[in-house]
Write a protein that binds this ligand. Structure first.
Ligand SMILES: NC(=O)c1ccc[n+]([C@@H]2O[C@H](COP(=O)([O-])OP(=O)(O)OC[C@H]3O[C@@H](n4cnc5c(N)ncnc54)[C@H](OP(=O)(O)O)[C@@H]3O)[C@@H](O)[C@H]2O)c1
Length: 283
């Protein structure tokens, strides 16, 4: 499996499975199928309400000798309502049934996100998180976080796909060696993205689906990619992208789509809503 090396030498598999908007039952099945199929990276979050399911699938795969804990890279995210809650990281680990996670994010630039990041830094120092990340953080909030961070983010998780590669953003982060983990890598299932003529053409050439071409493109861009899927065939196909390589000319052709669409735009109002959006398990 190809990997991306973080500035602290931790290696992250370039391809994993995402679990956004996936019920606990579906998560358990998808994550288990993914691990069985060779995946070694799983992305979840407090707010997905499926961390226990991720933990169960991983425990089953370990018990059956499919993987060891050390071979699997688990990332999760602290939700804003927990940024100032003592023990939020430990509770997260409890839900996952893990002694440590491989990557811990603050999920949103909402509420007291500096306090949230301080919790991450403490977890890092205590060996409870092997690397740290921020997500969805732009502009003045990003600068405030970067100035306050004693341990600079190893990873940033942002919306990224052929329509939006966050080139400027990543130029800014290059100073710290921060790597990009892209969310909505397949446009959250947007049929318009997979129908783009360039992906259909390259799919014919390499005998792959448009989704496989797009995922291969992500890995060649140097992105860590985490497509979500509940479909066993898609889970298998999404992993089957390492037996071909797009040429430089093909990468350039795909680059023409860059900057044409973003599916999600955060604003202060939404972010403030997140800061008050308590999760069911907090009750
Ligand atoms: N930090 C954040 O704020 C944030 C926000 C959003 C997402 N994320 C993370 O990023 C991950 C990826 O985002 P996402 O899951 O929302 O969107 P995505 O990966 O871009 O797309 C998922 C959709 O694509 C479909 N799909 C997957 N493989 C396919 C294939 N080979 N052919 C055709 N369709 C395929 C899936 O349907 P099937 O189930 O039918 O395969 C699903 O509807 C999330 O799961 C989550 O871990 C983070």
């Amino acid at each position: 499996m190809e990997s991306v090396t973080l500035y602290n030498d931790v290696k992250v598999p370039v391809l994993g499975i995402g679990t956004f908007m996936t019920s606990p039952e579906d998560t358990e099945q998808s994550v288990y199928a993914a691990l069985k199929g060779g995946y070694r990276l799983i992305d979840t979050a407090n707010a997905y309400l499926n961390e226990e399911a991720v933990g169960k699938a991983l425990a089953r795969a370990i018990e059956e000798g499919i993987v060891t804990r050390e071979e699997v890279f688990v990332s999760t995210k602290l939700w804003p309502t927990l940024y100032e809650t003592d023990g939020a990281v430990e509770k997260t680990l409890e839900r996952l049934g893990l002694a440590w996670v491989d990557l811990l994010f603050i999920h949103q630039p909402a509420g007291n996100f500096i306090a949230g990041y301080r919790q991450l830094e403490q977890a890092y120092r205590e060996g409870k998180a092997r690397s740290l990340g921020i997500s969805n953080m732009y502009g003045e909030k990003l600068e405030r976080l970067l100035a306050a961070a004693q341990i600079k983010p190893h990873v940033v998780q942002l919306e990224a796909h052929p329509y939006c590669t966050e080139r400027e953003y990543m130029r800014r982060m290059a100073e710290y060696g921060t790597k990009l983990m892209g969310w909505y890598p397949l446009g959250h299932g947007d049929a318009g993205l997979t129908a783009e003529p360039i992906f259909v053409k390259l799919g014919d050439k390499y005998r792959k689906s448009s989704a496989q071409i797009i995922l291969r493109w992500h890995t060649q861009m140097g992105f860590i990619t985490i497509p979500g899927s509940k479909n066993p065939d898609h889970i298998r196909d999404n992993f089957d992208i390492f037996d071909f390589r797009l040429t430089d000319e093909e990468m350039e052709e795909i680059a023409r789509l860059d900057g044409t669409k973003k599916y999600y735009q955060a604003d202060n109002q939404t972010e403030e809503r997140y800061a008050a959006m308590h999760l069911p398990f907090e009750a």
